[in-house]
Design a protein around this ligand. Structure first.
Ligand SMILES: *Cc1c(COP(=O)(O)O)cnc(C)c1O
Length: 440
């Protein structure tokens, strides 16, 4: 399958080129030239398939002959070594737990698939690949964990100093080996801007084999459609229309769902659940998209003022605001509302949810209050394990929570990061002084 740039449909590249470059040369995002329609049989038998079988059926249409089928199956088996169980909260509200991967957030799905695809395509590369990632927390740990010890690949993470949680910072800064962390004295938007500049800098492009692993990379996006199918498979017996509520930041997770729907997955509606960074809600209300600086909240992985997958959402609907509004309901919530939702869910259902999932819960609840639906299944995407945001969650439910073993081990390690100011020149200097030797 070929992929075009959202800025220019006649600029097309192969899957391999799209994965390698991350962003199109005209700074557009890659989209498949055609969204494949999955056959009816697939949906009739889907409940008999494992997650990895579903992933293969969906992925093979995008990859086509660029990766042989048995290699693609291996990539999938290496990537998805954990489950995505659907947990009922009450009769028609379910939680899709996407935090069972190594870094306890849904980003493990995309990051691990991408790492294995990059490693497959990188087998014949001479120059080592340098992955530059701006992270507001979870992306960085998922990506670095996925690429950890992968030969011929180095990862450089940029994260905003003092704007990620203690646990997130530990996950970002304690891996070592081929992973380095830059602590940027600025915001997440600054980090994102610095990385974007690096990709268009002529000197750096000449010297290095730079690659991005942000949610804009198509190899990270595609796997984010797989678990929507898997949720449907787990609800197969209910035979009810599904409403997915997705906690959104850069809108990569939601875009995965929109792609699944275009591939034929029956979805009644998507809820884009957001915190006070509400540019998407404003877009739904007015048809105008006006990026703003991001605001810090307790659902910090969603603190994005200029969601970078917005161009893909527009592209999927041919820029038609009315069609977007028909498929996506948007709602925004404050930190206070989020904290009371964490408490409510614990008191009513004895379920411990993280702040991002709590925003998803509020989004679904608001949608259902406005719409009189007799038969439906609601699915909230729980994007992170509550222990990643232990202070907020423990305060909200007034109870101590257990720390999973895979988090504990990174907490015991020493933080190692390099502080730099929020300017692209500083990043460029860092790359030139630290990475030119490794080119020889
Ligand atoms: C990244 C992230 C989100 C937002 O996902 P997008 O794809 O950027 O919209 C939500 N919750 C958590 C826990 C995240 O890490």
């Amino acid at each position: 399958m070929k992929f075009y740039s959202t800025n220019n449909r006649s600029l097309t590249v192969t899957f391999k080129e799209a994965v390698k470059s991350g962003l199109a040369s005209d700074a557009g995002l890659f989209m498949p030239i055609e969204i494949p329609q999955l056959p009816e049989d697939f949906f009739l038998d889907i409940h008999k398939l494992s997650f990895n079988e579903i992933a293969f059926e969906a992925a093979k249409h995008f990859v086509e002959d660029e990766i042989p089928h048995d290699e693609l199956k291996n990539i999938i088996d290496f990537s998805f070594t954990f489950d995505a169980p659907l947990v009922p909260l009450k009769e028609n509200i379910n939680i899709l737990e996407l935090f069972h991967g190594p870094t306890l957030a849904f980003k493990d799905f995309g990051a691990r698939f991408m790492a294995n695809v990059v490693s497959y395509f990188g087998k014949d590369e001479k120059k080592e690949i340098i992955i530059l990632v701006a992270t507001s927390g979870d992306t960085g740990s998922a990506v670095s964990n996925a690429f950890y010890e992968i030969p011929n690949v180095k990862v450089i993470l940029l994260y905003p100093s003092e704007k990620v949680s203690y646990i997130q910072e530990k996950q970002l800064t304690t891996l070592g080996k081929n992973i380095s962390a830059l602590e940027v004295l600025g915001s997440f938007d600054d980090c994102q801007k610095m990385v974007k500049q690096a990709f268009v800098d002529e000197d750096l492009k000449k010297l290095f084999n730079l690659s991005s692993a942000n949610s804009i990379n198509i190899a990270r996006l595609l796997p984010q459609s797989f678990y929507y199918f898997y949720a449907f498979a787990q609800l197969f017996d209910k035979k009810s229309p599904i409403i997915f509520s997705v906690p959104c930041g850069n809108f990569g997770d939601l875009t995965g769902g929109l792609i699944a729907k275009k591939m034929g997955l029956p979805v009644y509606r998507f809820v884009a659940a957001i915190n006070t960074n509400d540019v998407f809600l404003k877009y739904i209300q007015t048809g105008k998209f006006e990026p703003k600086p991001s605001i810090s909240t307790i659902s910090n992985a969603m603190d994005v003022g200029n969601p970078n997958n917005f161009a893909r959402v527009l592209d999927l609907y041919g820029d038609d605001h009315r069609k977007i509004k028909n498929d996506i309901y948007a709602a925004s919530f404050t930190d206070e509302e989020t904290k009371s939702a964490i408490r409510d869910i614990f008191e009513k259902y004895n379920y411990i949810i993280d702040p991002h999932g709590a925003v998803g819960y509020l989004g679904l609840k608001t949608f259902l209050n406005k719409n009189n639906l007799s038969k439906f299944q609601g699915v909230i995407l729980e994007t992170a394990h509550p222990a990643k945001f232990i202070d907020i969650v423990e305060e909200a439910i007034d109870k101590q929570i257990e720390m999973p073993g895979r988090l504990k081990s990174s907490l015991e390690k020493e933080k190692s990061s390099v502080k730099i100011s929020n300017s692209f020149e500083k990043l460029k200097n860092y790359l030139l002084t630290h990475y030119t030797q490794s080119l020889e």
